[in-house]
Write a protein that binds this ligand. Structure first.
Ligand SMILES: *[C@@H]1O[C@H](CO)[C@@H](O)[C@H](O)[C@H]1NC(C)=O
Ligand SMILES: *[C@@H]1O[C@H](CO)[C@@H](O)[C@H](O)[C@H]1NC(C)=O
Ligand SMILES: *[C@@H]1O[C@H](CO)[C@@H](O)[C@H](O)[C@H]1NC(C)=O
Length: 505
């Protein structure tokens, strides 16, 4: 499951030329570009970085000025400026720079144009108006400091909350002015990123109920669990272990394994890909335990959508508001609707024995039974595509969102300078907890106070969460004091801890 995030990148069209190679092609590409990037990185705060004359255009730009003009121009874009005059957006996480080849490109968006680059040499330029970060790679001790007043920060984070809890704390998320996250409240929401289309939901039931019942009589369990990433913040194993006491769960992954995977599927099962043999294998189950690795509003992955696609019923725990996005009010079983694993098991057994009731969960395969307008509207109005080359991928979509916002902000600032009396300065804009805000991890089953002190989950995740808060506050303090060396983070965290301790006396 560590490959979970990468799968979503296969949808990033032109970002990943090798997308058709599948998961591992993508993995290679990302890894390689990170490796080649680090050399390029200036030691933060090095005298060199400041002496260069922070706001003078440097040689790094010359190549970029002549970068080719992209083929796409939004119908509302009358931006005729040449490359030298455009604002620059810097991708701090160069490994995700959504252009190929080279490290710089002109983008022509819906209403305006920008230069985008992954070349960190432009960090302190006056023309560099925004820095874009990839949430999973965001490290407080490597942040671009000093934070310049004229620059905004933009966050792209579609992956699991577990990848970086800094962003789930107020002081962490408020560092950013623009966000693209899985939350519907974010500026450029990626909520349904794992749902390719309405047709995907409507796909025919792969294994009929008669066949599922026949397999049940031959000993196949009613419930499938397939997980190989066991130590995760959602602590799903602890819940499943309890559930297993009351109903047969066939578990093929490394976690709570109780069945061998057929040899011919061993290579495919860890991938989240849609390899046919694997898909047909899992489609035989009436119920799929679909449990995310981290719990957060609107964080939903293929674990939820794939069983719906196949005509199996997801037994879901992940986003606490997943019901908001379901095709209708009877298409998924939500773990948190049940008082206990035992109560859930009883309900599943009841459905297992009642074909008519079970079939109701698949009625949404008839388009007229998809009654959720929020779902339909979101699928219809999103501008980016999933595995759809005819639409922009969401990385390009987000950088264009930032580009248009920044050009509007700069225009408003110019207007305000010219005629302060008639033109107000642009309103400042800052993200808040509604753009991420994932809660403190809690045990998958039972209460924290009942866990033994040496519990593996207890030793990792709650601590990770609170240490992330320290880092967010440390970075906030570095920025407030206009520090230019992010590695001072640890010292700041220590100082804050000391003054907190003093405050207690
Ligand atoms: C961007 O966010 C920061 C807080 O992190 C804030 O101080 C600044 O005013 C914001 N900039 C704009 C242009 O809104
Ligand atoms: C948080 O941000 C959203 C918009 O992104 C805004 O509607 C909401 O009012 C903000 N909440 C607070 C408490 O500032
Ligand atoms: C912050 O530091 C930078 C470089 O160290 C300096 O150029 C800038 O004037 C400082 N800003 C403030 C507000 O002190």
């Amino acid at each position: 499951e560590s490959s979970e995030p990468l799968q979503s990148m296969a949808g990033r069209g032109r970002l990943v030329p090798c997308a058709c190679l599948g998961l591992f092609g993508v993995l290679c590409w990302v890894w390689v570009s990170f490796a080649s990037f680090t050399d390029d990185q200036l030691p933060p705060g090095a005298p060199d970085a400041l002496d260069r004359g922070a706001f003078q255009p440097q040689s790094a730009l010359s190549e970029m000025e002549f970068a080719s003009v992209g083929p796409y121009r939004g119908p509302g874009n009358n931006d005729r400026r040449n490359n030298k005059e455009l604002p620059i957006l810097l991708w701090w996480s160069g490994g995700l720079f959504p252009h190929f080849p080279g490290d710089s490109e002109r983008i022509d968006c819906a209403t305006s144009s920008c230069l985008v680059t992954s070349n960190r040499k432009v960090q302190l330029y006056k023309r560099t108006t925004s820095i874009i970060f990839y949430g999973t790679d965001f490290r407080a001790y490597e942040a671009p400091l000093p934070r310049l007043r004229h620059q905004t920060w933009a966050l792209f984070h579609e992956e699991s909350p577990m990848n970086n809890y800094i962003l789930s704390h107020g002081p962490g998320i408020r560092l950013f002015n623009y966000t693209a996250t899985f939350r519907r409240e974010s500026d450029y929401p990626l909520t349904l990123q794992w749902l390719p289309s309405l047709d995907y939901l409507l796909g025919p039931v792969v294994v009929s109920l008669e066949e599922k019942n026949r397999l049940r009589r031959k000993g196949l369990g009613p419930v499938l669990y397939m997980q190989s990433h066991c130590d995760v913040p959602s602590d799903r194993n602890r819940y499943v272990q309890e559930l297993m006491k009351y109903i047969q769960v066939d578990s093929y992954g490394k976690c709570l394994n109780n069945k061998p995977l057929p040899v011919h599927l061993e290579d495919t099962a860890t991938a989240t890909g849609e390899e046919a043999g694997f898909m047909n294998f899992v489609a035989r189950y009436k119920f799929h335990l679909a449990m995310e690795n981290g719990l957060c509003p609107d964080y939903m992955t293929e674990k939820l959508w794939r069983p719906l696609h196949q005509g199996c019923v997801p037994v879901y725990r992940g986003s606490p508001v997943a019901a908001d996005w379901m095709p209708n009010d009877r298409s998924a079983i939500l773990v948190d609707d049940f008082a206990s694993p035992k109560a859930l098991a009883e309900f599943l057994k009841h459905l297992d024995e009642d074909d008519e009731e079970y079939a109701k969960y698949l009625e949404f395969k008839n388009p007229s039974r998809i009654t959720n307008h929020r779902l339909l509207e979101a699928l219809e109005t999103r501008e980016w595509g999933v595995n759809d080359m005819s639409k922009p991928n969401y990385l390009n979509g987000f950088e264009c969102y930032v580009c248009d916002r920044e050009n509007a902000r700069l225009a408003a600032e110019r207007a305000n300078r010219k005629a302060p009396k008639t033109n107000r300065p642009p309103q400042s804009k800052m993200a808040n907890n509604s753009h991420m805000g994932c809660p403190l991890p809690s045990p998958g089953y039972g209460h924290v106070k009942d866990l033994p002190a040496d519990d593996g989950w207890l030793q990792i995740w709650p601590q990770d969460y609170w240490q992330s808060l320290d880092q967010a506050e440390g970075l906030e303090s570095l920025i407030r004091l206009n520090e230019s060396d992010p590695s001072l983070l640890w010292k700041h965290i220590q100082n804050m801890a000391v003054s907190r301790a003093r405050g207690k006396h």
